[in-house]
Structure formats: C-alpha cells, structure tokens
Design a protein around this ligand. Structure first.
Ligand code: BG6
Length: 493
C-alpha cells in the first residue's frame, strides 16, 4: 500500500482567528496538550494571527488563561507552559489583503528562505476561508510544503461550497487541505473504523441480508447558546446532518477501504454519499420530520423556546430538530432504512448508533412460550463511550426455557486504561502535523453531501413544510416517532 502521508515537516503553525472563541476553548488547550505530551518538535513555532493589536506577552497571558480554563487545565504546569510560551508569537494582520499579510512574512520568513513548511489554521468565520486562501496565494506565503486547515461549514449549499473549494484550490493543492469535521476526531468515532475493519465477525453480517435497519441519534440538551445569528436560517439539517451525521453514516455504510490512507478512506465515503437516494419535493413529506423547540426544560431548569432566545426573530421557521428516513441505493444496503435524527434541547445529551439485526428466521422456543428479540449492536458515542451487543440468553433456573435479552458489554472503558480524555482537536491537529488527512473531509465529499442536503431544503421550500413545535427537554415532535413506526420500527430509547 502506497502511503500518501506527506513526509515534509512543517516548522510552524499560524492560527488565524487566534483570539476567537474556538481558539480559546479548544485550539490553544489542544496545542498545549500536544506540547505537554512531547508531540511538538523542539523548534516548532506557534504564531497567533488576528486583526487586533497585542504584544506577545499580552497574547501569551491570554493563551495561559485559556489553557487553565479548559479541560486541559488539569495537566497545566509552569514548566511545560514556559516551554510552550517560548514557541508563541503574535502578529496583527489584515488577512484579506496580500499586503496585510506582510507582517506575517517577517515572522515566518519568505517562502524561498524557509527550511520547512507552514500550517495555516483558519479558525475564522467560514465566509473568510476563500478570501484568506486567495490572499495567502497572492502574497506568496502558500508554498507546496504548506498545509491549510479549515472547518465546517464549507459553504451553505453546493454552489457556495464549490466556490469556497475553488478559492482554497487557487492557493493549495487538495493534498494540502485539511477540512475538519470534529466528529471524526472523537475517539469513539474513530473506534467505529476499528470495530468494522479490525474484526472479521461483523463484516459478513453487515448488509441488507442481515440488518433490518440502522439508527443514528445525535441529541443535544443545549439550545442555540447565543449563536442565534449563525444558527437561524441554517438549522439542524445544515448545521449537523450535512456534516457530523452524514460522516457517521458514511463510516457505518462504506465498503472496506483498500487501506487506511486518505484516498482509500475518502473514496469509499464519497461513494456512500453518491448512493444516497435523493429526497426532494416528491418524497420529503414521507421521509423527513422537522421541529423547533418551544419553552420547556433543560434538566430541571426551565428553558425558553427557540423564538424567545436572546436576539431571536419571533417568526423564525428554522428547524432545531430533524429526523430523516434515508435509503442507500447500492448492493450492500438496498432496502435497509437508516433513520437519522438530531436536535437541540432534547431530553438527554446522547449520540448513538443502533444497528438492528433481522429477526431469527424461526423461533423454536415459541411452543414453550419464549419470544425472541432481534440482536442489536448499540454503539454509544457520547456522553460515554459504550458498545453493547444484545443477545438472547436462557434465564438461569428451573423454570424451563425462559429467554431474555442481555447486553454483551464491549465497552472501551473496561478494556483499556484510557487515561486522560482527549479533546478531539488534539487528535486532529496531530494528524495535520503528521500530514495524514485520512480523517479529514475531501472537497468532493463536502460537495456531494451538500448536493443531497440541497434537495431536502428545496423539497421543504416547495412543499411548504414547516417545523412542528416540541417542548424543550423532550425527544422532538411526536411526528418523529411516527417516522420509523410507519415502517414497523421504533426509535431506541
Ligand atoms: C457543531 C455545531 O458543529 O457541533 C453545533 O455547529 C453543535 O451546533 C456541535 O452543538 C456539537 O458538537 P459536540 O461535540 O458537542 O457533539
């Protein structure tokens, strides 16, 4: 197998949006953790770049505060932070203009003079990805040994996604581009690949002959949390399904890749996206349910409805919940429904996958009164990682063949001393440093996902489908329960 990992080393990471929310909550704490674990080379430099003016000292003080406040504050120590701080510089830039980037050149050096590549991490508003990449290209700062990191959403539909990808491509070759979907950095999500392709027992069963249906739930208890301006008009389908939920679907449904290389993995994922049966105005009502949370509870605390959130528009029709019945038109999955649902202000924070196997062909215990429940593989991704396979067992004792379902626990926790829980970004940044893009999203994948999502959005518009209200703290609108029930299936609760 040919390795596609880039072997060129990068000597610096430039973080645009260095003072922003994501940088503060996730990125600086993750970089600190990598240094703490000895994973940054001694000469590796970190350059914070943003519009505002700060001295290096002021900026480093902010970084320190961010690390201390984060989950990685637990591993803070002065000695490591001093070493970490020595790597950091701050540069005030106007990243939209080639000239405005010149202060950066003074810190990282001219392209021709540099001994190693530079990673440009764009932790900025997504609409700036294209303009910043163009400016990096025009300023001559983006050479062949550089990498660029961007994060979802790439565009808001297939047209804008193509425009963004084209602007990125004006300065960087696809092999230099790392599009983050932070779900692909989660331990439990990466473990899905190990479960499917590191074991031989599931593969013979992983198809329409043996699987009745599959469910993916990504439920959040939080509301829009002050992100109204971003979220409104975007909604659950575009915010969560286009990226995270479809990525989970791809990992579950893809064919075994030829190897764990960027092309092999991503070729198989994109084939799943191409095989999704279109949902449009002809079938959108039968296959989708949308909802919007009204006032209710978050745990035991009362919570406002979506239209009452701070800064809200009181007539908004944005969906904060969506449930879908999806079919994959290929040999492996023909006829197997995949039920997907995601929502905000749901009863529990829970991300899980349920693979429901078909019923045993015949119940030999029927005459002695035993009923059989079909086997189920239950993969919980959040809040705890847990894998359970349900099997029928005889109840011990002398009361005959009484059977009941028992879960065989395949959980990570009991198998490994897992140590500190890592932030997904630690794994993703390390992959960028090592030049391995297998778990990043390729440009054509983003566009294929948008193409399918756009059909649903258009279907809703054409048919005038509006979200149904559900109380905050519930499992979504009651119509969502009917979606699988019409086909003889029920959501796993
Ligand atoms: C983000 C979405 O991509 O993922 C948010 O924009 C959502 O709306 C978040 O809350 C969920 O991520 P996690 O890791 O908390 O499940």
């Amino acid at each position: 197998m040919i390795s596609e990992s880039s072997t060129s080393n990068c000597g610096a990471l430039v973080l645009f949006g260095a003072t922003g929310d994501l940088a503060r909550r996730m990125l600086w704490p993750s970089l600190y953790a990598l240094d703490h674990d000895g994973l940054l080379s001694p000469e590796f430099r970190l350059i914070g770049a943003a519009h505002s003016a700060h001295t290096d000292e002021e900026f480093i003080a902010r970084v320190k505060e961010a690390v201390l406040k984060s989950a990685n504050g637990k591993i803070f120590n002065d000695e490591t932070f001093d070493r970490f701080a020595k790597r950091i510089r701050y540069v005030s830039v106007d990243a939209l203009a080639p000239d405005g980037l010149m202060p950066l050149e003074q810190v990282i050096g001219k392209k021709g003079d540099r001994k190693s590549g530079v990673i440009y991490y764009l932790s900025t508003a997504p609409k700036l990805f294209g303009p910043i990449c163009r400016a990096l290209g025009q300023s001559g700062l983006a050479g062949r040994s550089c990498r660029v990191v961007v994060e979802k959403p790439i565009g808001t539909d297939v047209v804008t996604a193509r425009e963004t990808n084209a602007a990125i491509a004006s300065a960087f070759d696809e092999t230099q581009v790392y599009r983050i979907d932070h779900y692909l950095g989660k331990e439990a999500v990466q473990n899905l690949l190990a479960l499917r392709f590191g074991n031989s027992i599931f593969e013979p069963l992983w198809n329409a002959n043996n699987i009745e249906h599959v469910q993916i739930t990504v439920a959040e208890t939080v509301g829009v949390e002050g992100r109204w301006a971003y979220y409104d008009g975007v909604g659950a389908l575009r915010d969560m399904v286009q990226s995270h939920v479809l990525q989970l679907l791809c990992l579950l449904a893809m064919e075994p890749p030829a190897g764990f290389t960027p092309s092999a993995v991503r070729n198989e994922k994109v084939k799943v996206l191409w095989s999704l049966r279109p949902i449009d105005e002809t079938n959108v009502a039968a296959n989708t349910v949308t909802g919007q949370y009204s006032a209710g509870f978050s745990g035991s605390v009362s919570a406002p409805g979506y239209r009452e959130e701070e800064g809200a528009n009181t007539v908004s029709d944005t969906e904060t919940f969506v449930a879908l019945r999806v079919e994959i038109d290929n040999w492996r999955w023909a006829g197997v429904p995949f039920y997907l649902r995601t929502g905000k202000r749901m009863q529990k924070r829970l991300s899980e996958i349920v693979v429901q196997f078909k019923a045993a062909p015949y119940n030999i215990f029927a005459d002695v009164g035993a009923t059989l429940t079909s086997n189920r593989l239950h993969i919980q991704l959040q809040p705890d990682e847990m894998i359970t396979l349900t099997l029928m067992h005889k109840q011990p004792g002398l009361h005959g063949m009484k059977l009941s379902e028992v879960g065989l626990d395949l959980s990570l926790g009991s198998a490994f001393a897992t140590g500190r829980r890592r932030i997904a970004y630690e794994r993703m940044i390390l992959d960028v440093l090592q030049g391995n893009s297998a778990l990043f999203v390729r440009g054509d994948e983003v566009e294929a996902a948008w193409q399918w999502i756009d059909g649903i959005v258009k279907g809703w518009r054409t048919t005038g489908q509006k979200p149904k209200l559900y109380g905050a703290g519930s499992w979504g609108p009651s119509a969502a329960i009917g979606l699988p029930e019409r086909h003889g299936h029920t959501w796993h609760e």
